[in-house]
Design a protein around this ligand. Structure first.
Ligand SMILES: NC(=O)c1ccc[n+]([C@@H]2O[C@H](COP(=O)([O-])OP(=O)(O)OC[C@H]3O[C@@H](n4cnc5c(N)ncnc54)[C@H](OP(=O)(O)O)[C@@H]3O)[C@@H](O)[C@H]2O)c1
Length: 348
């Protein structure tokens, strides 16, 4: 069963990762692109061999041949697009964050349930082969009981705070938040996914110069996980030479992932992850190729549409990640350890 997709937002992310990988995905036809600017949409469509160009989301939603929407527009547009897609009976896979708040995320989930469409959010790192293998090893007890996890994600490029009016990233109505929620979410989500535990309590330090909206560029967070493990996650827009060693320490061994989050590396030797198991027997390192995470994400979403399983990151997980973000910013503003459950509303 081939799923016909319309891609919203032919920007940087869509151009670097989403469109090239969607073109390789099985059971996938990239059938339309939506750009506010026809010439830009046409150039993108020509580059990727996309037959239809629309200049409004409504046009794509009115196209009866479209089954699913991939939303790669700015954060603040995700929920309006989800609500419109649901009403039009289209399945929708949304770039992270799923919403700007837990409240509007609940509304989006309710709308998709009401209209019987699938909703997923892209946490691509769950697909990375090295993360999948670490998750498998942890669940099979290869390192015993997980006690401590350390995951840093410094970006390779220096990204200064965007000047007001320079882009949607400088607009609090369009951008969900600073580094803690825009990159730190990859860190704590991947950590929780690999160890198979939920983040339950958080504390955080950042370099934010204001509380509302936070403009953090560097953050370090300490996380209490549901089976007692302690996580330390960090993210940075300001330290381009920092490395990304991801360490998972258990009672019987340690896993070290080098060059994790390979797609952030910009290529070169740092783009090749490896997985090392350290235990009584010594140390064993295996290089693992970087994965086409966005292709895998779309393929899993296609299967979910066809009735075979759920999106890799279902909407309920997207809601939980937003609740962790809300707890982190509350912890930052109030300078205290904060429970995620206090920010997690019940689903209707
Ligand atoms: N999963 C990941 O690791 C990852 C990585 C990067 C980004 N993302 C997410 O992907 C989304 C897009 O990020 P990006 O870096 O690709 O941004 P971007 O380069 O600015 O592209 C966004 C595109 O959305 C379209 N758009 C529609 N309405 C817009 C508006 N009112 N203002 C600005 N653009 C508008 C624009 O295309 P037209 O002008 O042609 O309409 C623009 O090119 C964000 O939600 C971001 O968080 C996720």
């Amino acid at each position: 069963m081939t799923i016909r997709w319309a891609l919203l937002g032919p920007g940087r992310h869509a151009n670097w990762f989403v469109a090239p990988q969607m073109k390789k995905a099985t059971d996938t036809e990239l059938a339309a692109v939506v750009s506010r600017d026809r010439a830009r949409g046409k150039a993108f469509a020509e580059k990727y061999g996309i037959p239809a160009v629309y200049t409004s989301v409504d046009e794509a939603l009115n196209d009866r041949t479209i089954d699913a929407i991939y939303d790669a527009t700015p954060d603040g547009l995700h929920v309006p697009h989800i609500l419109a897609a649901a009403a039009a009976g289209k399945h929708i896979l949304v770039e992270k964050p799923l919403a700007m708040s837990v409240r509007e995320c609940v509304d989006a989930i309710a709308a998709c349930r009401k209209h019987g469409v699938k909703l997923g959010v892209v946490f691509n790192q769950r697909h990375e082969a090295v993360h999948q293998e670490a998750r498998r090893m942890v669940s099979e007890g290869a390192i015993g009981e997980v006690k401590l996890v350390h995951v840093p994600i410094p970006l390779r490029a220096l990204l200064p705070r965007p000047a007001p009016g320079s882009s949607w990233r400088a607009d609090p109505a369009m951008r969900y938040g600073g580094i803690a929620v825009s990159i730190g979410d990859h860190a704590h989500d991947t950590l929780a996914y690999i160890v198979g535990q939920q983040v339950e309590e958080v504390s955080i330090f950042t370099d934010a110069t204001r509380d509302e909206p936070p403009d953090d560029q560097v953050c370090g967070m300490i996380l209490k996980l549901s089976q007692g493990a302690i996580g330390y996650a960090a993210a940075s827009f300001a330290t381009p030479f920092a490395r990304r060693p991801f360490e998972i320490h258990g009672t019987k061994g340690t896993l070290v992932i080098e060059n994790s989050f390979a797609y952030l590396s910009g290529g070169g030797p740092e783009a090749t992850p490896s997985l090392t198991l350290v235990n009584e027997a010594g140390s064993n390192t295996r290089p693992m190729p970087a994965s086409e995470c966005f292709r895998l994400e779309v393929e899993q979403f296609n299967r979910a549409i066809a009735g075979d399983g759920e999106p890799t990151t279902p909407a309920a997980d997207g809601l939980r990640i937003l609740a962790i973000g809300a707890a982190l910013y509350s912890a930052m503003q109030n300078r205290r350890v904060t429970r995620v459950a206090d920010f997690l509303p019940p689903l209707p």
